[in-house]
Design a protein around this ligand. Structure first.
Ligand code: IPM
Ligand code: MN
Length: 372
């Protein structure tokens, strides 16, 4: 298969983790005889610095003419600490999602058998967790009207949803549940918010079209608690934009590190693949950032094009690296010689020679990797 992939590495650790995902995609292309081309474009703080715009027109054009987008991370402390900044890196990502119509953000959360003891949560609680979060991505409070009074002392953000916006992601979530455990949990705040009551109404109507799927409801505050009390109760979680943002970071604790969580952002026409973590500025260029979220996002990219064997090989390589402890210090503080790029090298190498990887494992821990 021939794929043109737009690469938007962005800020902080974005470039170094994305580089590992590309390495892995190149290994897949070589093994399976695909032709993947990679075209880079700036986004976020780096794009503001260079072009005065967090999403330059040329970046958007590249995304629109590519088959898929691989996104790194966005954000810079110089904006976080300056609430009056008019232009912000995050605007680039939000505009990208909106312009490309990426209305559904799919975030898988799994407790890897080999990492059960790495999570701060008890093994007995997280064991066998397998959740798919369907987060609405182009509506709600993120995109509603924002206002600040003339005196600067009153501000508001509008949370607005239309039936259409709810319907389209709800269908995706129910279809996903059909090939999983046939359960959808709608997370909302229908006891307080009118927009949540609309979600409940529309989702309940649509559920009737999927009789084999069970639908249940949780208020977001309770969901936040249930997620770490009994995560196995969940199969597909369907939720609006901001609740999805918050509970997916929380859910990442189940897996052991936010550095493991990948996501796919899809719409009718375009698809973008992005780790859920941020730009982690403190770690930039230190070689400590976990590349797995980015690598698993690349696997989701392959799934999107129905290259399932390829995607599964990446997952197998990731699992092997976790099993052998060839992971960055967020998961494996004992071995601080596994850098971002060494973790990527192992996964790349496993894809090219699945039977040879024990040898490289030894070399990596001796600090003398022979992998080029
Ligand atoms: C995410 C991020 C973004 C979001 C930020 C960077 C705008 O936290 O993808 O989860 O809030 O959606
Ligand atoms: Mn987030």
């Amino acid at each position: 298969m021939k794929l043109n992939i737009a690469v938007l590495p962005g800020d902080g650790i974005g470039p170094e983790v994305t580089e590992q995902a590309i390495k892995v995609l190149k290994a897949i292309a070589m093994e399976f005889d695909h032709r993947f081309s990679f075209n880079y474009a700036p986004v976020g703080a780096i794009a503001i610095d260079k072009h005065g715009d967090p999403l330059p027109e040329s970046t958007l054009d590249l995304c629109k003419t590519s088959d898929a987008i691989l996104f790194g991370a966005i954000g810079d402390p110089k904006y976080d600490n300056n609430p009056s900044a008019k232009v912000r890196p995050e605007q680039g990502l939000l505009k990208l999602r909106k312009e490309l119509g990426l209305f559904a953000n799919i975030r898988p959360v799994k407790a890897y058998g080999t990492l059960l003891t790495k999570s701060p949560l008890k093994k007995s609680i997280i064991k066998d967790t397998d959740i798919s979060i369907y987060r609405e991505l182009t509506g709600g409070i993120y995109f509603g009207e924002k206002k600040i009074s003339d005196d600067g002392n009153t501000a508001s953000d509008l949370c607005e949803y239309s039936r259409f916006e709810i319907e389209r992601i709800t269908h995706l979530a129910f279809k996903a549940a059909q090939s999983r455990k046939n359960k959808v949990t709608l997370v909302d705040k229908a006891n307080v918010l009118e927009s949540s009551r609309l979600w409940r109404k529309v989702v309940t109507e649509i559920a009737a079209e999927y009789p084999e799927v069970t639908l249940d409801f949780l208020f977001v505050d309770n969901a936040a608690m249930q997620l770490i009390l009994n995560p196995r109760q969940f199969d597909v979680i369907l939720t609006e934009n901001m609740f999805g943002d918050i509970i997916s970071d929380e859910a990442s604790v189940i897996g052991g590190s936010i550095g493991l969580l990948a996501s796919a952002s899809v719409g009718d026409k375009y698809a973008m693949f992005e780790p859920i973590h941020g730009s982690y500025p403190q770690a930039t260029n230190k070689g400590i950032a976990n590349p797995i979220a980015s690598i698993l996002s690349a696997a989701m990219l392959l799934d999107y094009f129905e290259l399932f064997e390829e995607a599964n090989l990446i997952r197998k390589a990731v699992e092997k690296s976790l099993k052998l402890d060839i992971t960055t210090p967020d998961i494996n503080p004992k071995f601080d010689n596994v850098t971002t790029s060494k973790a990527g090298d192992f996964i790349e190498d496993f894809i090219n020679n699945p039977n040879d990887s024990n040898l490289n494992f030894k070399n990596i821990h001796l600090g003398q990797s022979t992998i080029i």
